[in-house]
Every structure is written in C-alpha cells, then in structure tokens.
Design a protein. Structure first.
Length: 161
C-alpha cells in the first residue's frame, strides 16, 4: 500500500494539498479521467463478485478498525460534489444512515473494501493496480500527489492550514 503523506505537522504540505485539490478541480479533463479510472476499478471489483450488505459499518473507520486514504484527485472528486465538513470522529461525512451520498465518486478504497476477509488479497491487488493510475494522472497533470486520510484531508481543505 502507498505511504500516507504527513500533513498536520507541516503547514506548507497543507497548503500544497489545498492547491493540488484546487488545480485538479480546475481541470475538468482530470476529473473525468479520475471518474473513468474509478469506473474501471469498479468493473474489476465486479469480476470478483463480492457481496456487500450495505450496512454502512465500514464508513465508521474507527469502529471498523481501518482508515480510508485518498489521493489528491479523489479528494477533488469528493469536494466537487460536496465539500462536506468532517465530524469529530473518524467517520465518513458522506454517509447518511447506511447510504453513501457520493456513491458515484466514492474513492477507490471504498470500492475495494468488503467485510469478507477472503477477498482481501484480491481487492488489494485491484487497489494497487488502479491506485498506480492515480499516481500517473497526478504526474501527467503536474498536480501534487498526496495520499491522505479522508477526514484529515477534508478538514485541511475546508478549514485551511
């Protein structure tokens, strides 16, 4: 898995993240390409025939014992829909009840996470393959690549450094 980008300790990294998201938002082709990459990942996940009970427990990151990391472009897709204010806890602010309010633009990590541990290795391979595409997108656009925990990235984007 990629290494997270350290942010909170560095105000300049926070500013760079905000600028990277803004640069991505200003480039409609980048957003469309990101959507296409997510759709391709979704198709690959579908080939594995996972089952989701749509319970929404995975959106409570703290209780589920995991974190959701996103690239700059994925964060841009989310805030393009709705720059939601993160809450006090490690919980997805885009969850309403057990439903996802940004399902079409949900990050790669959401698309490959299933409660079925038997699928973990296969989903990790799908994640790695498609995440590499996001890194290439950032390079092609000369947009700073960040890999940040979702709620931290949203907090920085909505509140500034």
């Amino acid at each position: 898995m990629p290494e997270p980008t350290p942010l909170a300790s560095s105000g300049s990294a926070d500013v760079a993240l905000i600028r990277g998201v803004a640069a991505t938002l200003a480039e409609p082709a980048a957003l469309e390409h990101a959507r296409e990459m997510l759709a391709a990942a979704e198709a690959d996940v579908g080939l594995l025939a996972p089952h989701c009970r749509a319970c929404g427990r995975c959106c409570d990151f703290d209780a589920a014992g995991h974190r959701l990391y996103v690239s700059t472009a994925e964060l841009a897709l989310l805030v393009a829909d709705d720059a939601r204010e993160p809450g006090e806890t490690l919980r997805c602010p885009y969850q309403q009840g057990s439903a996802c309010t940004v399902r079409e633009n949900r990050p790669l990590g959401c698309r490959v996470f299933f409660c079925d541990a038997a699928l973990a290795a296969s989903m990790r391979a799908v994640y790695e393959r498609h995440h590499a595409g996001f890194r290439q997108l950032h390079e092609a656009l000369s947009v700073p690549y960040f890999y940040v925990e979702l709620t931290a990235g949203l907090s920085i984007y909505t509140h500034g450094p």
